[in-house]
Design a protein around this ligand. Structure first.
Ligand code: C2O
Ligand code: CU
Ligand code: CU
Length: 552
């Protein structure tokens, strides 16, 4: 490799150009772990907006429109049927993130960010034509040293993925299935899964972090009759609330941080200082004095949210990533790691004429204004939601021990983020057999939390357990240093993303239902995902002998 990247054994937190870079460039080296170097953040060359100076709650919260099918079409996978056909065009557009800011150039599905909400009923398939109508040039800093983003590839490449969908491989948005402006792909979604808040976003190899930061996100809601029969808030009282954070230059442009090496701009995490709620900064929402279902989606590149209500009332969490919990769960605070979802019900009854703010830590990011003498609830509040039968660990045919690592690469990349010690391009090592149950033990060797996501399947968290990193590094043996911790109640439902804490083995269990083919699993910190912290996996047909297919 010819490029060089300046190395620092230690970074410093501080204020650069008016924004806090705490955490960037700083990484604890786990005791006994491999020494790591981190690229440093360069000071932005453009002045950034300091969000503290922005007026609060002057813009209405945008509710993304529900997508409407253009027509009905036949599809080879569903003989004799006509399916709703949607067209989602990715386009450049400009929109104000706040009343007092100049319009911000962005990319969005249907020309908005978030894009229109796709709604599906369980077992009712639909077709989406994802159209790349973006410009030929990217407006965010591509790092050409990153695998898949080499010079010579088209700068602008997109491939849409519905996060949490049980979609066939050819419609799953495999990162290498990207296409350039002027091209499109028709994907089909069988929706053979329980009601859940899913979300769609770009997944192009090596530039996912930039495409999502540019605005390529939207909600995809699956509903089912059992959930509808529960009498949960519906219609205009049921809305997605998509959170992400950005850095914004004073001229309105999105600013994506750079390392201080112009030849290698990748940074290990992009944290904004201003939180967008459905694409607006500090919006307000007029509500009736009744219950609302908020489908919280963390669409940030790297930010962990810690949400609460200024009124001190708890959220009633009703669903996690893959749908309903067994029963409503009152929570004072809802923490969300990147890509995680929580559906919560907030009850504004009896608060006529008052305001309630949604807080991220101590900062109010959204204000609810409760209408005086408005409409009340007529519905009952369910005591239980849906049974969540535990998958029996004894039914697992396999327990895969998979490491999450960060290490210096002799080739010059300062920090390879790796899964199972392997690069993206190494041959497939995980090939579960269709409908079989597997346990994946995620061994986090780093000093960071990594939110790990598997495509295609829903899973359950079995436990987290501390282990001895020295013993691992010395002999690759797992020596536990404490008791296993069962998942907290909000993680006891169906999940598709799980936080793997440092120093812990996080064990999950899944039944690998779905169509055979090539899928991926990865860390959902987008900067990590783009820099090797993603691996393919192959779902083998049930009829085949797994052993014969697996590499030795
Ligand atoms: Cu949210 Cu691989 O995706
Ligand atoms: Cu996904
Ligand atoms: Cu990670």
């Amino acid at each position: 490799m010819t490029f060089t990247r300046r190395r620092f054994l230690q970074g410093a937190a501080g204020v650069v150009g008016g924004y806090v870079v705490a955490g960037a460039g700083l990484r604890a080296t786990p005791l006994g772990g491999m020494p790591m170097t981190m690229p440093q953040l360069a000071a932005p060359k453009v002045p950034l907006v300091n969000p503290v100076t922005l007026a609060r709650f002057v813009d209405a919260l945008p509710i993304p429109p529900v997508a409407r099918p253009l027509e009905h079409r036949a599809h080879a996978a569903y003989p004799g049927r006509l399916l709703p056909f949607y067209r989602m065009e990715m386009r450049a557009f400009s929109a104000r993130l706040h009343r007092d800011l100049p319009p911000t150039p962005q990319w969005g599905y249907g020309g908005s960010s978030p894009g229109p909400t796709l709604e599906a009923m369980r077992n009712q398939p639909l077709l989406v034509e994802w159209v790349n109508a973006l410009p030929q040039r990217h407006f965010l800093p591509i790092d050409h040293n990153i695998h898949g983003a080499e010079r010579g590839k088209p700068e602008v490449r997109t491939v849409a993925h519905v996060h949490g969908a049980r979609a066939p491989a050819a419609s799953d948005g495999y990162p290498e299935d990207w296409f350039a402006p002027g091209h499109s792909a028709v994907y089909h979604y069988p929706n053979g899964q329980d009601a859940a808040t899913l979300w769609y976003h770009d997944h192009a190899m090596g530039i996912t972090r930039l495409n999502i930061y540019a605005g390529l996100i939207g909600a995809y809601l699956v509903r089912d009759p059992e959930e509808q029969a529960l009498g949960l808030p519906a219609g205009e009282c049921d809305l997605p609330l998509i959170l992400c954070d950005r850095l914004i230059a004073k001229d309105g442009q999105l600013y994506y941080p750079l390392s201080d090496d112009p030849a290698a701009p990748w940074v290990s995490e992009c944290n904004g200082n201003a939180i967008l709620c459905n694409g607006k900064l500090y919006p307000f929402m007029q509500v009736e004095p009744r219950r609302y279902r908020l489908r919280l989606v963390n669409a940030a590149n790297a930010r962990f949210y810690d949400l609460s209500l200024s009124s001190g009332q708890p959220f009633q969490q009703i669903a996690s990533d893959q749908g309903l919990l067994a029963a409503p769960l009152p929570r004072q605070r809802v923490e969300l790691y990147p890509a995680e979802r929580a559906d919560v019900v907030v009850d504004f009854a009896g608060m006529d004429g008052k305001t309630v703010q949604l807080r991220q830590q101590s900062e109010a990011i959204l204000e609810f204004r409760v209408r005086d003498r408005g409409r009340r609830d007529t519905s009952a509040w369910p005591a239980s939601l849906r049974a969540v039968p535990r998958i029996d660990p004894a039914s697992a045919v396999r327990d895969r021990v998979l490491t999450l690592g960060e290490q210096d690469d002799a080739g010059g990349n300062p920090m390879m983020m790796m899964l199972g010690g392997k690069h993206w391009s190494a041959p497939v090592t995980e090939s579960p057999v269709q409908d079989s149950v597997e346990i994946w033990s995620l061994v986090n060797l780093t000093g960071d939390v990594h939110p790990v996501h598997l495509h295609l399947v829903r899973f359950q968290v079995i436990e987290r357990r501390p282990f001895d990193l020295f013993a691992w590094n010395a002999s690759k043996t797992l020596k536990y240093t404490g008791p296993a911790q069962p998942p907290p109640p909000h993680e006891a439902g169906w999940k598709d993303t799980v936080r793997a804490d440092p120093g812990m083995v996080t064990r999950i269990i899944a039944r690998f239902e779905g169509e055979p083919g090539r899928y991926v699993w990865h860390c959902h910190l987008l900067e990590h995902e783009d820099n090797e912290m993603m691996r393919p996996y192959q779902l083998l047909p049930a009829s085949q002998n797994a052993k014969a297919q697996e590499p030795a």
